[in-house]
Design a protein around this ligand. Structure first.
Ligand code: CMC
Length: 433
């Protein structure tokens, strides 16, 4: 980040006082106006609910150009990474800033695959949940509880402790997600196998049983790996900002990631992948699509087309395009190319993209529109979709958390407000009200 010679002048029409606001430039993307001194000099807060115009931090990790539909991790276009890389290599890139050499990759892969086991006492923690608990509820609880089990390396000023906590989280998330599923099915937990790849292991722990191995096909493992790669980071979205805000107080990383999981769960964010499937099932057949499109356009109806629209993308979400391709591959492999749900989703997309409302509002399919169809084809129940998203996004969350802890400009997150409640008034005793 560098200060330009440009400034913006902010003048108070009433007092005549004014100040120069520095303009800062990143590597690419819109310049930002530095408002840090506005309160000190003019006595005003800035107001931006939903942070549509506010940069909360500087970051070197992920870049998005929403108008052009561009997404890059550490400068590398998402299309190139999806084509040629894999989730673990991308995880290394996101965490450490550069693509690994073969030796670095091997060491990283070894570390991640050798921390997959959970402390056996955590297994008893699972059993405290109701059988029908949502996997995201279980993940929030279990991930938060990890801090009670791994407090041996929690000096967050120590880079090695930060690395260990980060690797532990990335390694253990698939185990936690798979165990949450097994618990809901009343099946015994299946332990990880260190010689499996990251997504292969997750499929194994989810679908194998002590009586029967699960044969993970290459297409399935690759498709899941690609989905994870696409979900690995997405700059300052709601859950990532939640992780940063929680971490800004010095909270431990397990608690911060649990906060991120809670934020991701909402249907406007990561919960949309589950909501898309619910919506498609509700629509049922192609002839009902116009009715749902009509409802989505009606401002008096709370219904929204799930998997459509994005705060940043005002163009096709580049991840959705790649996922759509994977979707055909997986369904073909599984002999499900005529899957009625995929046909319905494609028809819904076609009709929406030709509709004036969706065109004028720049509403395109997002990452969640097709991902659920693939997860479902692999045998995951809809309640697991957001848990899979959380597993992949842990890489981005922990990288952003680590970046914040080493940023000399980072301070505890403490937004201001425009107070619209009652001004000072006197207490009235209860018998006088
Ligand atoms: N269906 C119908 N109308 C929509 C939709 C939709 N899915 N999304 C936005 N709009 C309309 C909205 O009604 C508003 O219209 P108007 O200007 O006429 O009042 C306009 O588009 C702008 O909407 P907004 O709510 O101000 O936009 P936002 O940036 O605050 O919200 C969003 C972004 C993703 C929450 C929203 O598009 C949405 O609710 N989409 C459906 C849920 C979804 O798919 N979420 C996943 C997002 S991508 C993955 C992730 O973040 O995890």
């Amino acid at each position: 980040m560098s200060a330009t010679t440009r400034t913006l002048t902010l003048t108070d029409n009433e007092t005549g006082k004014s100040m120069e606001l520095p303009v800062l430039s990143g590597t690419i993307g819109p310049d930002v106006v530095d408002v840090r001194k506005v309160y000190g000099e003019l006595g005003y807060f800035t107001y931006d609910p939903g942070y549509g115009s506010t940069g909360s931090c500087s970051s070197k990790i992920t870049y998005i150009d929403g108008e052009e539909g561009i997404l890059q991790y550490r400068g590398y276009p998402i299309q190139q990474l999806a084509e040629s890389s894999n989730f673990l290599e991308v995880a290394y890139l996101i965490l450490w800033g550069e693509l690994p050499t073969q030796a670095e990759y091997d060491k990283f892969q070894y570390s991640i695959s050798h921390h997959t086991l959970l402390n056996e006492q955590i297994i008893t923690f699972f059993r405290g949940f109701r059988r029908d608990s949502h996997p995201m509820a279980v993940m929030c609880g279990v991930v938060g509880a990890l801090s009670a089990f791994y407090h041996d390396h929690l000096d967050m000023s120590d880079p090695e402790d930060r690395r260990i906590a980060s690797y532990r989280l990335i390694s253990k998330m698939p185990t936690i997600a798979a165990h949450a599923y097994k618990y809901s099915q009343g099946q015994p937990f299946v332990y990880p196998k260190n010689d499996y790849g990251y997504t292969e292991n997750l499929l194994h722990m989810t679908f194998a049983t002590p009586c029967e191995d699960y044969k993970v096909t290459k297409v399935q493992a690759k498709a899941l790996d690609r989905l994870f790669l696409l979900h690995a980071d997405h700059e300052q979205n709601a859950s990532t900002s939640t992780v940063r805000l929680a971490g800004s107080s010095g909270a431990n990383p397990f608690a911060c990631i649990a906060a991120g999981i809670a934020s991701l769960w909402g249907p406007a964010h990561g919960g949309a992948n589950e909501a898309v499937l619910t919506m498609l099932n509700e629509i049922g057949t192609k002839d009902h699509i116009p009715e749902y499109i009509k409802r989505a356009k009606d401002h008096d109806d709370p219904f929204r087309l799930m998997g459509f629209g994005h705060r940043v993308y005002k163009n096709y979400d580049p991840r959705a395009k790649i996922i759509q391709e994977s979707c055909y591959e997986v369904l073909d492999e599984l002999g499900m190319h005529d899957d009625p749900l995929l046909q319905l989703a494609m028809e819904l997309e076609r009709i929406a993209l030709e509709d004036d409302y969706f065109i004028s509002h720049k509403l395109y399919p997002n990452v969640d529109f097709y991902s659920g169809i693939i997860y479902r084809a692999m045998g995951f129940p809809p309640s697991m979709f957001t848990a899979l998203f959380a597993t992949a996004r842990t890489v981005g969350w922990i990288a952003q958390w680590g970046e914040m802890l080493t940023d000399p400009e980072a301070r505890i997150g403490r937004p201001r407000q425009l107070f619209t409640g009652a001004a000072e008034r006197n207490y009235t005793p209860i018998d006088k009200r």
